[in-house]
Design a protein around this ligand. Structure first.
Ligand code: ARG
Length: 461
């Protein structure tokens, strides 16, 4: 073997790769992030090879010990990663050979980089699913705390970003708890579905060695070995499941980020963000900008972009492994990093923000937000069909608008000029407090229902 030849497969080659080939081919620049998973997979594989007698116990022990040394070198930052060795799998194995010599060459018995990389990547993605679940839990708690603090505070509810009906702050905060609970369950579902071990599928066809795939699966925390070796090496659904769940979660974060941007503006003043999660302007001294919220709003673009990119990478690949699949990792790494950062930043912002009760109340009381309550009153008290009540209320809104006042500012005489049956009792339903209190239907915004939901979530979280 000449010194240019690859030490892993050089036997068949007369020359080493062109520098450009090396540059396009190497993944060590990014897949070194899977070093711990690679070493865990190799240690499980070596233990199994020893246990079933494919290699000697002495060799298995030497390999397992040597791999721990390699791991400690990587963790200490003293490990020399080599592009010529292409990826994390070959970097680790080559270093193992330096450390323990001949037994290192027995590690790759009954295994291929195809099942190896699938195993490493699954372990890495599984950790990220767990991290996402933990991160979502923390954010749900932050929203729940906000809901508790202002369970009955009244704010405007919007449709089309136009004032619709009064709602409670607690109800609005709990809407995000619901969304996040679905996000969490998507990660939990994906984790349960993906937890099968590719290790031992070898290149694609399985192996003639009498390996014990159940043993390695168990050692790595998988529920069982993947049942079809062709599928095991060519499956990246777990990464797509992760990116899909991450995209929807990031989209939810982005929607609240958008609300924070609007709510923290001088025109709304619904919330005050803490200094810890805001920035100033280099020219305008009065500015306090919601940069973290804006960045979270943008993060969904790259998470979703990763999802689309990996889908495109996979869509045209015949079974089984193709080198295209090496392009899976950077997308997932970037999406995972940014999702975790967005979750942490959102948790910080939600925990720190102060809702401005008076501004919320004032906004809830404007924009004829209790017009529906008035129409409902006409139905209930005067027996009017709802469509007629809607019409009468519309005329009253037009009158109030022309007088630049709210519905409750109209006198009884003015109201009776539109419909003579209207009585004094109507004023009761025009207050925002009575409006929210009346919405007692299951899932409705009344403080009574909100407090029940808070209690239920407190048990869960
Ligand atoms: N670096 C490769 C990857 O990330 C490892 C698998 C290589 N397998 C192969 N048959 N060339 O996918």
């Amino acid at each position: 073997m000449t010194k240019d030849q690859n030490q892993m497969w050089g036997g068949r080659f007369a020359a080493g790769p062109d520098a450009i080939m090396e540059a396009i081919n190497a993944s060590i620049g990014f897949d070194q992030r899977m070093a711990a998973q690679d070493i865990a997979g190799s240690r499980a594989h070596a233990a199994m090879l020893g246990a079933v007698g494919i290699i000697s116990d002495t060799d298995a022990d030497a390999i397992r010990e040597g791999l721990l040394t390699v791991l400690s070198e990587i963790e200490a930052g003293t490990f020399q990663f080599s592009t010529a060795l292409e990826d994390i799998h070959m970097n680790v194995e080559a270093r193992l050979k330096d450390l323990i010599g001949e037994p290192a060459g027995r590690l790759h018995t009954a295994r291929s980089r195809n099942d190896q990389v699938a195993t490493d990547f699954k372990l890495w993605v599984r950790d990220q699913m767990d991290a996402a679940i933990t991160g979502i839990d923390a954010l749900m708690k932050a929203f729940l705390d906000q809901a508790k603090a202002g369970a009955d505070w009244v704010m405007p509810g919007f449709t089309h970003l136009q004032t619709a009906q009064p709602v409670t702050w607690g109800h609005h905060m709990l809407a995000y708890v619901e969304m996040l609970a679905r996000d969490k369950s998507r990660f939990e579902d994906a984790r349960a579905r993906m937890n099968t071990s590719p290790l031992g599928a070898a290149a694609l066809a399985g192996t003639g060695f009498a390996i014990d795939r159940h043993m390695t699966a168990k050692a790595l925390g998988f529920d069982r070995p993947a049942a079809n070796s062709l599928d095991a090496v060519s499956d990246r659904d777990f990464a797509l499941d992760f990116l899909g769940a991450a995209s929807i979660c990031a989209m939810h974060l982005s929607r609240f980020a958008e609300e924070l941007v609007i709510w923290s503006s001088a025109q709304f003043r619904f919330v005050t963000l803490s200094d810890r999660f805001s920035t100033g302007s280099s020219i305008m001294p009065q500015k306090k900008n919601p940069d973290a919220a804006e960045l979270i709003r943008a993060k969904v673009a790259r998470v979703m972009g990763a999802n689309v990119a990996l889908m495109m990478v996979m869509k045209g690949l015949p079974l089984t492994y193709s080198k295209d699949m090496q392009e899976d990792k950077e997308q997932v790494f970037d999406a995972a990093d940014n999702l975790m950062l967005a979750l942490a930043a959102m948790t910080g912002m939600v925990s720190d923000m102060t809702a401005n009760r008076d501004s919320l109340h004032a906004a809830a009381s404007s924009g004829f937000s209790t017009a529906t309550d008035l129409a409902d009153w006409l139905v209930r008290e005067l027996g009017m069909p709802f469509r007629d009540a809607h019409h009468v209320t519309g005329s009253l809104v037009a009158m109030a608008e022309a007088k630049s006042c709210e519905l409750s500012d109209l006198s009884l005489e003015q109201m009776q000029s539109v419909h003579k049956g209207i009585t004094d009792g109507v004023y009761d339903v025009l207050t925002v407090e009575n409006s929210v209190a009346s919405r007692l239907s299951y899932g409705g915004t009344s403080p009574t229902r909100v407090r029940e939901q808070i209690a239920a979530w407190e048990k869960v979280l």
